[in-house]
Design a protein around this ligand. Structure first.
Ligand SMILES: NC(=O)c1ccc[n+]([C@@H]2O[C@H](COP(=O)([O-])OP(=O)(O)OC[C@H]3O[C@@H](n4cnc5c(N)ncnc54)[C@H](O)[C@@H]3O)[C@@H](O)[C@H]2O)c1
Length: 222
C-alpha cells in the first residue's frame, strides 16, 4: 500500500533567514503556495533583526529566535533548514522529533556520525517523516541527459568518472563567519561546492570503492 499523501497545504517553517532562504526557498515555497501545496507559517533565526525583517518581507505570521518554541507552538508539517552545516544535525533531530518532515540544505552534516543521528531520529514507517537534503544538481538537464545515456548503455560499462568543481567565489563570500571553517562548515570549498558534484557522481555511478583527497589553501583565508 502506498503511504498516505500528507495533507495540503503543507504548513512549512523556514529556519535560517539568510541568503539561500531569501533567494531560493521562499520564492519556491511561494510558488507552491499559489498552487495550494504549501503555506509558510513560521520563520526562525538566531538573529532577531534578521528574522523580523524576513517575516515582514514575506508576510510570515510567526517569527522567533527559538526553534524548540516554534516547533512546540506552531507544529509545522515541514521544516526547511537554511542554516549553517554545523547545526543541521541538532535542528534536523529536533524537527523530526516534533513530527515534521525536514528539507535540509547541503551539506547534510559535517560527519557521518552526525548523519547517523539524524537517520536514527526517523521512525522509518510508511508515511513517517524523514530528512531530505537539497542536491539540486541531480535534477539539471545535463545530469538527466547523462543518466539517460548511462541507462541506455551508451557509455558501455563506465569504469572511471572525472569531475571538477572549479567555481570561483570572491572574498566577501568567504567573509561570512561560518564559511570555510572546520567547526562551522565541516571544511571549505570541497564541502560547500565539491559536495554537489560528489553527490551527483554517486547518484550517476553508484557507491564508491575508494576515496583519495588532497587539499591546499591557495587564495582565500579559509
Ligand atoms: N543548494 C545550494 O546551491 C546552496 C547555495 C547556497 C547555500 N546553501 C546552503 O544553505 C545553507 C545556508 O547558507 P546561506 O548562504 O543562506 O547562509 P547565510 O549565512 O546567508 O544564512 C544563514 C542564516 O542562518 C542563521 N543561523 C545561524 N545559526 C543559526 C541557528 N543555530 N538557528 C537559526 N538560525 C541560525 C544566520 O543568522 C543566517 O541568517 C548552508 O548549508 C549552505 O551550504 C546551499
Amino acid at each position: 500500500m502506498s503511504p498516505e499523501r500528507p495533507h495540503r497545504p503543507l504548513r512549512a517553517a523556514v529556519v535560517g533567514a539568510g541568503g539561500i532562504a531569501r533567494s531560493s526557498h521562499l520564492p519556491a515555497l511561494r510558488t507552491l503556495a499559489e498552487e495550494g501545496e504549501t503555506e509558510v507559517v513560521a520563520v526562525v533565526d538566531v538573529d532577531d533583526t534578521a528574522v523580523r525583517a524576513f517575516a515582514d518581507a514575506f508576510q510570515i505570521p510567526y517569527a522567533s529566535t527559538d526553534l524548540e518554541a516554534m516547533l512546540a507552538e506552531v507544529r509545522p508539517d515541514l521544516v526547511v533548514l537554511c542554516t549553517p552545516p554545523a547545526v543541521h544535525r541538532e535542528q534536523s533531530v529536533a524537527a523530526l522529533r516534533a513530527g515534521a518532515w525536514v528539507w535540509c540544505e547541503k551539506p547534510p552534516c559535517p560527519s557521518l556520525a552526525d548523519y547517523d543521528a539524524v537517520e536514527a531520529s526517523e521512525k522509518g514507517g510508511d508515511g513517517d517523516p524523514y530528512a531530505s537534503i537539497v542536491f539540486q544538481h541531480r535534477f539539471g538537464s545535463g545530469a538527466r541527459h547523462v543518466r539517460r545515456l548511462l541507462r541506455e548503455g551508451a557509455f558501455g560499462r563506465p569504469l572511471v568518472a572525472h569531475c571538477q568543481t572549479t567555481w570561483y567565489r570572491d572574498t566577501a563570500y568567504y567573509a561570512v563567519p561560518w564559511r570555510g571553517r572546520w567547526a562551522t562548515e565541516g571544511g571549505g570549498p570541497a564541502m560547500g561546492h565539491g559536495i554537489h558534484q560528489t553527490d551527483l557522481l554517486l547518484d550517476l555511478m553508484g557507491p564508491w570503492a575508494e576515496v583519495r583527497g588532497m587539499a591546499a589553501r591557495l587564495v582565500h583565508d579559509v
